[in-house]
Write a protein that binds this ligand. Structure first.
Ligand SMILES: C[S@@+](CC[C@H](N)C(=O)[O-])C[C@H]1O[C@@H](n2cnc3c(N)ncnc32)[C@H](O)[C@@H]1O
Length: 237
């Protein structure tokens, strides 16, 4: 029995309504993460120090093989945890974040430093030219991004040949309160899926391994929650 034109029209309008609803839901989530970080601003400094230690960025810099005189993007730079470490190592930084408030707090830390360029922008559309930087770091940003694989593709796009991508983020976990309390989009990631995203982005020597560090915070009942951190890296051919 064939489907009548009227029935096809009804099915089409249902499909359109469902996908429009999905787009709206995604948009709402992205806005809520942006609002959250806009509200936190400079207060992130204190929170960040409780969540993770300098060991995370030290590990990221070792994996990247950071050298003085290079240029790096700090994606989802926040108040400048990674940026500060790079500036101390003689690296010029383009700090990219969706939140103007976070970047204002970052900028205030480096009032005289020309080596820091702040740009408001999205991880899925990084406001940086193709093949223009030696490193791209993203610490604790990816689990806030709607489409993490697209962000990794963008990180790869802006790297010059031989440039290094280094992502430090959370292993898959089951602490759902982080979705509401800290507006996380993802409950961490499986290392295998991250590895596949690095491959899909065309990076050489893709690797995802333990960073040997934990992200710690208080759970809903005041208990200490500890989540393992991975370090993912790859090289632009
Ligand atoms: C958990 S904070 C980490 C900040 C900093 N990287 C650090 O290590 O302290 C996440 C940061 O990523 C930014 N962010 C989240 N989603 C983003 C997106 N789609 N594009 C750009 N920045 C984003 C947030 O505004 C926030 O500043």
């Amino acid at each position: 029995m064939g489907i009548k034109a009227k029935e096809i029209e009804t099915i089409q309008s249902i499909v359109m309504a469902v996908s429009a609803g999905r787009v709206r839901a995604q948009f709402r989530k992205a806005r809520s993460s942006k609002r959250y970080f806009d509200r936190i601003g400079a207060a992130w400094d204190g929170m960040q120090a409780e969540f993770f230690s300098d060991g995370v960025r030290d590990r990221a810099f070792r994996v990247a093989g950071v050298e003085r005189g290079r240029t790096a993007v700090d994606l989802g730079a926040g108040t400048g945890f990674v940026t500060a470490g790079l500036v101390a190592r003689g690296v010029t930084v383009i700090a990219v974040d969706q939140s103007r408030a976070m970047l204002d707090a970052l900028r205030a830390k480096f009032p005289e430093v020309d080596a820091v360029d702040c740009r408001v922008g999205d991880a899925e559309q990084i406001p940086v030219d193709d093949a223009s930087v030696s490193y791209c770091f993203a610490n604790m940003c990816l689990h806030h991004v709607e489409h993490p694989s697209r962000a990794i593709g963008e990180m790869a796009r802006i790297l010059e040949p031989g440039g290094r991508l280094v992502v430090t983020d959370l292993d898959r976990h089951d602490h759902a309160f982080l979705l509401t309390e800290h507006h996380d989009r993802w409950m961490g990631f499986e290392r295998g899926e991250v590895l596949q995203w690095l491959r899909d982005a065309g990076l050489e020597s893709p690797s995802v391994e333990s960073a040997g560090q934990q992200c710690c915070t208080a759970g809903p009942d005041g208990e200490t929650v500890s989540i393992a951190i991975f370090v993912a890296s790859g090289t632009k051919p």
